[in-house]
Every structure is written in structure tokens, then in C-alpha cells.
Design a protein around this ligand. Structure first.
Ligand SMILES: Cc1cc2nc3c(=O)[nH]c(=O)nc-3n(C[C@H](O)[C@H](O)[C@H](O)COP(=O)(O)OP(=O)(O)OC[C@H]3O[C@@H](n4cnc5c(N)ncnc54)[C@H](O)[C@@H]3O)c2cc1C
Length: 387
């Protein structure tokens, strides 16, 4: 493909550690503004942390539609995207509730590099972003790490395991399916999901407690979901990934800007970090270009949403299966997108809970092994999975 490199040239050079969505977003925007951009990626390709799994770009956090948002910040949609407007949610008794929304509550995308996929036909998010970066003349160095103090932007993904997911991608005989199972027995503090699009499936079990038992939870959850309807599994491929839920007051350290999950940016309720990865990549690039403070930009952009999602996460775990069952029942009665958005919206009672939750979470930076256990950073040492 011919290069569409920016004709501007500022003569300025930027080094970015990590070629995930956050790092590549920053790279593309900076290259468009005439910067000489160098991206250092530890692995052999982009998206190597993922296995061709379907993920969602959420459209239910009260922020602009993610597709429009990407286009607005200068990212082209040159990768596979499929809108999602209905799903079936299951509670711990496996009671199905169909939910739907008048406009998509999310968009499916695919992660990883195609040669690693099961049933690969689509352009993944990672491949699409890589192409845009190369088109803009960004230099990418694989299997290369630079020291954190040598990078201007740190985009290296999760630094700690506050949550862990095991996923499997496979070919199946199921029709298109979007199932989510909420049951603390099979996914403590998390959830189980099965997405099938055109015969290609992603099954996942995401947990925030007992991380070292992920294989046991995954196997039991797979059996449980097959009780809903048995399905075939061919060419199965599995992988593990961490999730980093870290509330912070600053994502800047000695002029270095931490973006995406390297800065702990996520929606803590469901572990959705893509919107934050794009936006923090954009804010970091904007900060370098305009001189505005990065911390001010991300706090204005979504500081309150991070806090609300922290409150939601606590409620999610306090409520247990009873609360999750009520969540599922209510979801069916309303437009699903609006229902999810209402959870993300600031409310006086949630604001009142916030200081208590923050206090319990921070624990004066010391681990107390009491509530909320899933935020205990010492858990990291129990996990043998890789980043
Ligand atoms: C199983 C799973 C399912 C998920 N599903 C969703 C979903 O449906 N929707 C959603 O919004 N979010 C989802 N997320 C979260 C989402 O994947 C992340 O928030 C997002 O990938 C973060 O992007 P990032 O650029 O910050 O980090 P990453 O995507 O992790 O990219 C970081 C890159 O940096 C590289 N790297 C690491 N260390 C170094 C180093 N020292 N030097 C150089 N390079 C380095 C890594 O190899 C990697 O390529 C999911 C996460 C998991 C684990």
C-alpha cells in the first residue's frame, strides 16, 4: 500500500513503548501532526496478547458512539466491526432474558493477528491500527523493549492482575449468539460469555477472585453453558489475559504519559478498556502537540466515569447472585443501551458511596486481605499466567 505520510514535519521525535490500541492511537495522531514516531513492541507482532477473540466497543457508557468518536479523533474504521443490538443474559438459575436496544449497545471487533485466528477472514482491530500507523510513516520495532525512562508514552498494557480471563476461540455449529452468564459460582466477581458470529466463536470466563483457579472455573463454566444448548467445538485455541483496574490521581510520571491499561484505564465494572485506550492515546498525543496537561485532559474527559465504574464494581460484588439476577431481570424490561447507560450516570447516592469505596480500595496502599479482596495487589503473586 502506498504511504500517505503527513506532509507536515515538526522535526520532533516521540518514542512509544507498546503497540496496542492506546500506543498505536497516539502514534497515528502524532504522525499525522508531523512528528517522527517510533513504537517499540515487546512481542513479535501487534495483538499477540490475543487469540482472534471477539471483543466489544461499548456504546453504553454515556459517551459518544465509539465509531463516531474514533473517526472524530482521526482513526479510520479499516477493521471488522459488527453492531450488537440484542443479547441473551442468564442468571445463576440459567433463566434466559433477551435484551435489546434501538441503537447498538456495542460493536464487535476482533483482536490479534490473523495468522493466529481460528476461521480468519476479518481484519482485526490491531491489524487495522497497524496499517494506519505504517501508512503515516510510523516506525515499529518488534521484539524490542525500551527502558520506561526512555519512552515519552508508556502503552505497555496491564501491569497488575486485578482480573484474569481465560478465553477460547473455535469454530462451531451454533448460529449467531451473544450470551452472557452472571453467576458468582462459575465466574467470581466476573462473568462468562459466548459470542458467535458467522460460525466463529469466542468463549470466555473472566474472574476477579481466586485467580489461580482460572482453569477450574473455565472448564466448569464451559460445561454450564453447554447445558443451555450443546454445541460443537472445532479448532479450539485458548489464551489467558490480565486486566488492570487501578484508580489513580495521576497518569504522568516524570513527563512520561501512561495510556490505556498501562495507566490502569478501564471500565472497572465489566473490564472494558478499549474506549479508554483510544481516548488516553488521543489525550496523550494532544498533550504533546498542544502542551496541555495530560492529567487534566483525561480527568475532564472521563474522570467521573472511572469513579462511577468503581462504585458499580463494588455493587456488582456486594450484590452477589441475588443482585445479578435482579440486574438481568431489570435489563429485559428496558432498552438495554439506556439501561446500561443509567448505571454509568452519576447519582447522589453513588457519589455518597464513592469516598468509602475509594478508602476501602486504596487501603492506605497496604494490603489488608479484607474487603474488597479482589483489589488486593498481592494477588499478583498467586498467578502464574502471563501478561
Ligand atoms: C480477555 C479479555 C477480553 C477483553 N474484552 C474487552 C472488550 O470486549 N471490550 C473492551 O473495551 N475491552 C476489553 N478488554 C480490555 C482491552 O483488551 C484492553 O483494555 C486494551 O487492549 C488495552 O489496550 P492497551 O493498548 O492499553 O494495551 P494492550 O492491548 O495490552 O497492548 C499493550 C502492548 O504493549 C506490549 N508491551 C508490553 N510490555 C512492553 C514493553 N515493556 N515494551 C514494549 N512493548 C510492551 C504488549 O505486547 C502489547 O502489544 C478485554 C481484555 C481481556 C484480557
Amino acid at each position: 500500500m502506498s504511504s500517505i505520510k503527513s506532509s507536515k514535519n515538526t522535526g520532533k521525535k516521540v518514542k512509544i513503548a507498546g503497540a496496542g490500541p492506546s500506543g498505536l492511537t497516539a502514534a497515528i495522531i502524532l504522525a499525522k501532526a508531523g512528528y517522527e514516531v517510533h513504537v517499540y513492541e515487546a512481542r513479535e507482532s501487534v495483538g499477540a496478547r490475543f487469540i482472534g477473540d471477539f471483543q466489544v466497543l461499548e456504546n453504553s457508557s454515556g459517551h459518544p458512539d465509539p465509531i463516531e468518536m474514533l473517526q472524530k479523533i482521526g482513526i479510520a474504521i479499516n477493521f471488522f466491526v459488527r453492531p450488537a443490538s440484542s443479547a441473551t443474559l442468564f442468571d445463576h438459575r440459567l433463566r434466559p432474558k433477551t435484551v435489546s436496544s434501538s441503537v447498538p449497545f456495542a460493536y464487535f471487533i476482533q483482536r490479534g493477528r490473523r495468522e493466529a485466528f481460528t476461521g480468519a477472514t476479518r481484519v482485526s482491530l490491531d491489524e487495522g491500527l497497524l496499517q494506519q500507523a505504517l501508512d503515516m510513516g510510523v516506525s515499529i520495532y518488534y521484539q524490542t523493549r525500551i527502558k520506561p525512562n526512555e519512552a515519552d508514552i508508556i502503552a505497555t498494557g496491564p501491569a497488575a492482575a486485578d482480573g484474569l480471563a481465560k478465553e477460547m476461540t473455535f469454530l462451531t455449529d451454533l448460529p449467531d449468539t451473544v450470551w452472557v452468564l452472571f453467576d458468582m459460582k462459575y465466574a467470581p466477581g466476573g462473568y462468562v460469555y459466548l459470542f458467535v458470529l458467522d460460525g466463529v466463536a469466542t468463549f470466555g470466563c473472566a474472574i476477579t477472585h481466586n485467580l489461580s483457579d482460572i482453569n477450574r472455573y473455565f472448564d466448569a463454566a464451559l460445561k454450564r453453558v453447554q447445558e443451555i444448548r450443546p454445541f460443537s467445538i472445532q479448532e479450539g485455541k485458548t489464551g489467558y489475559s490480565f486486566m488492570d483496574f487501578r484508580l489513580k490521581s495521576s497518569a504522568t510520571d516524570n513527563q512520561r504519559l501512561y495510556v490505556g491499561e498501562a495507566g490502569g484505564f478501564q471500565d472497572y465494572l465489566f473490564g472494558l478498556g478499549l474506549r479508554y485506550a483510544f481516548m488516553t492515546g488521543y489525550f496523550a498525543a494532544t498533550s504533546l502537540i498542544s502542551g496541555k496537561k495530560y492529567d487534566t485532559l483525561w480527568k475532564e474527559g472521563f474522570g467521573p466515569s472511572q469513579e462511577m465504574s468503581l462504585v458499580n464494581r463494588s455493587l456488582y460484588e456486594w450484590g452477589g447472585n441475588w443482585g445479578l439476577s435482579a440486574f438481568v431481570q431489570q435489563a429485559q424490561k428496558k432498552d438495554f443501551k439506556e439501561y446500561l447507560t443509567s448505571w454509568q450516570t452519576k447519582s447522589p447516592w453513588k457519589m455518597a458511596l464513592l469516598p468509602i469505596i475509594k478508602w476501602a480500595w486504596q487501603g492506605n496502599q497496604s494490603c489488608r486481605h479484607v474487603f474488597p479482596v479482589h483489589w488486593c495487589r498481592k494477588r499478583r503473586q498467586q498467578v502464574s499466567g502471563k501478561n
